[in-house]
Unconditional design. Structure first.
Length: 259
């Protein structure tokens, strides 16, 4: 089961598991962006880490561009931890864990999972394996590109309006897949109103999976998970937001555990 961005929408994460199947009977790859923007980033990341600790062979957690000290200080996770505990200790411990998250995953040698996209500095999977990942996400280079790049209807490479990573086109994806014996690139990173979107026909060599329904509690999108069976046949499962989202309130008192 391949999943896209969650962004702190904890109750929707529970619905994702109800939709896709419980761990460990179902194997999961989460493609990053567990935190920020939603109200419950801390609960979301804690649950995913607990499942990873309990069922390490059944849970794969990839790093996204929001698993970053700099980004989480801007988009909500730092403030959430400060509000809930009265200090940033929980945030600091979580960001230390971020540095150890995997950058990509490979399904049966044929499907590459990565948060953002490709890099002009990376032509082979072996080059991805050599990246030093135990650090803060850099502002440029192949590590940064894996986190930030986006597919686009362009021929090769173009400057990204995000200010990090690249835009890459159909020929780039096709060449990367051919060189590495891949059938498909799975990625997240971009909101998809319909939950899932293939690109670069007729091969459909890349798919974006989005797993945060009604993103930021206002975008109105559906969410999806992409299922692969033992022969890599694909099935998309869609889900919508939970009713709990409308009832959440930020806590008024700090919790003493990390004081």
């Amino acid at each position: 089961m391949v999943c896209g961005d969650i962004h702190g929408q904890f109750h929707d994460l529970l619905k994702l598991f109800a939709t896709g199947g419980e761990v460990p009977s179902t194997n999961y790859i989460f493609m990053g962006d567990f935190v920020d923007r939603g109200y419950n980033s801390l609960e979301t990341f804690t649950l995913l880490m607990l499942l990873k600790a309990r069922y390490p062979a059944h849970m794969t957690l990839l790093r996204g561009n929001h698993e970053s000290r700099q980004i989480t200080q801007v988009y909500g996770f730092y403030d959430e931890c400060q509000r809930k505990y009265g200090n940033p200790n929980a945030w600091r411990y979580c960001t230390e864990v971020f540095d150890f998250l995997t950058l990509s995953a490979l399904i049966d040698g044929q499907v590459l999972c990565v948060h953002g996209g490709l890099s002009p500095d990376l032509r082979t999977l072996d080059q991805i394996r050599t990246i030093e990942r135990v650090c803060e996400i850099p502002h440029e280079g192949p590590f940064c590109d894996l986190m930030w790049s986006d597919p686009e209807e362009t021929e090769t490479w173009a400057i990204s309006p995000r200010g990090a990573g690249w835009l890459f086109g159909a020929r780039v994806a096709a060449e990367f897949n051919q060189i590495n014996g891949l059938e498909l690139i799975c990625r997240a990173h971009q909101l998809v109103q319909e939950g899932l979107k293939y690109m670069f026909p007729p091969e459909n060599s890349l798919v974006t999976v989005w797993s945060a329904p009604n993103y930021c509690y206002r975008c109105g999108n559906v969410a999806s998970v992409l299922c692969f069976n033992d022969t890599l046949q694909k099935e998309v499962k869609y889900f919508t937001e939970t009713t709990e989202n409308g009832n959440m309130m930020t806590p008024r008192n700090t919790v003493p555990y990390f004081l």
